[in-house]
Design a protein around this ligand. Structure first.
Ligand code: DP6
Length: 342
């Protein structure tokens, strides 16, 4: 290996247009359905992780946003173990203790896909420290399911796979960002507080209690996936917008069908959804599409030419709903800085 014992990486968040919700294997994080997402530009919302290994460190340690956390997190330990199993460095260095320092430049755990960027970044940085060259999306997946999609830029599909060990439950790029450079995402931060029910707990409860989830998985998602691939391939924004909104709505319907229900959207979120439908109806075409993850914040997809008029109207209609920022999809993960420290 080249002598890199300190690595800093950044990884952007991804926004799902076809949602992952529900696992068929909790430990390996194998999803009940395929999902599709767009990876945002790392200039805006990203995680940044610095990892160092050294014979002088006394113990493994991790700091998240400046605060030391317990390293005894099973998902974190799984990622480290899985990377080390594929490591191509001297066995002496495998025994060195590790220090991990990670931060997000956006609210953590507020339904803004922070874990997707965090674990993608962690696993990517680990792969550079331990000199792992192969596909690492299946390892990132075991940190947080959605993280496997942030390994790639542009438009990405995460396949459920058919193997019990999850080795084929990986993410692959459908199209690079340059395929559809006009695509933009606007994030409306309705609430940046930590959500009440985490995605992990929420989807576990959904799998246990929602019949609607089984209907979604059996009869609906594959159709959404096929149409989304077609929309991306043909750069068909009308189809992209309709399927994105339908899938988001069905995901939240499934959350409501969970018992007790997992409620993520609030009144402002619903007002934003209504606004989008009215805005499109007035234009007599699809100008914008909403999607909501496990939180009240809205992610709006639109095309570059629509951004100024849309932002103008949004800031008039929702003047106090929080910060409004626009993001560009699609710069892949980049290693910012590798340096030798041993
Ligand atoms: C609603 O990936 O955060 O954002 O695998 O348990 O860590 P775990 O869950 P997570 O779930 C994300 C759910 C979602 C939809 C999506 O990103 O596809």
């Amino acid at each position: 290996m080249s002598e890199n014992f300190v690595v800093t990486a950044t990884a952007p968040v991804n926004i799902a247009t076809i949602k992952y919700w529900g696992k068929k294997d909790e430990k390996l994080i194998i999803p009940v359905n395929d999902s599709i997402s767009a990876t945002l530009s790392s200039d805006y919302m990203c995680a940044k992780t610095t990892i160092a290994i050294s014979p002088n460190f006394e113990k493994d340690q991790i700091w998240l946003n400046g605060i030391e956390e317990s390293i005894e997190n099973p998902r974190l330990l799984n990622c480290i173990r899985n990377i080390k199993n594929k490591a191509k460095i001297g066995t002496d260095k495998l025994k060195w203790k590790i220090h991990i320092c990670s931060e997000n430049n956006f609210p953590t755990a507020a339904g803004l896909a922070s874990s997707s960027a965090g674990y993608a970044c962690l696993v990517y940085a680990l792969s550079h420290i331990y000199n792992v060259k192969e596909n690492i999306s299946d390892i990132a997946r075991q940190g947080s399911g959605s993280a496997c999609r942030s390994i790639y830029g542009g438009f990405v599909q995460w396949y459920t796979g058919i193997k019990n060990d999850g080795s084929d439950s990986i993410a692959l790029q459908l199209a690079p960002a340059s395929h559809w450079p006009e695509m933009r995402v606007i994030i409306l931060v309705v609430n940046d507080k930590q959500k009440k029910t985490s995605s992990t707990i929420g989807m576990q409860r959904t799998v246990e209690t929602s019949k609607l989830l089984h209907y979604r998985v059996k009869y609906c998602v594959q159709g959404h996936i096929d149409k989304m691939i077609q929309a991306i391939k043909n750069k068909n924004f009308d189809l992209f917008a309709e399927i994105t909104m339908r899938d988001s709505n069905q995901f939240h319907a499934v959350c409501l069908d969970t018992y007790p229900p997992a409620i993520y959207m609030n009144d402002t979120s619903h007002a934003i959804a209504s606004f989008v439908h009215e805005y499109n109806a007035a234009a007599n075409s699809y100008k914008v599409a909403y999607t909501f993850d496990a939180g009240p914040n809205a992610c709006l997809f639109t095309l570059e030419k629509n951004v100024p008029a849309l932002l103008y109207t949004i800031t008039k209609v929702f003047p106090t709903s929080g910060s409004v920022k626009d993001y560009i999809t699609g710069i892949p993960i980049n290693i910012e800085n590798k340096s030798i420290n041993a």
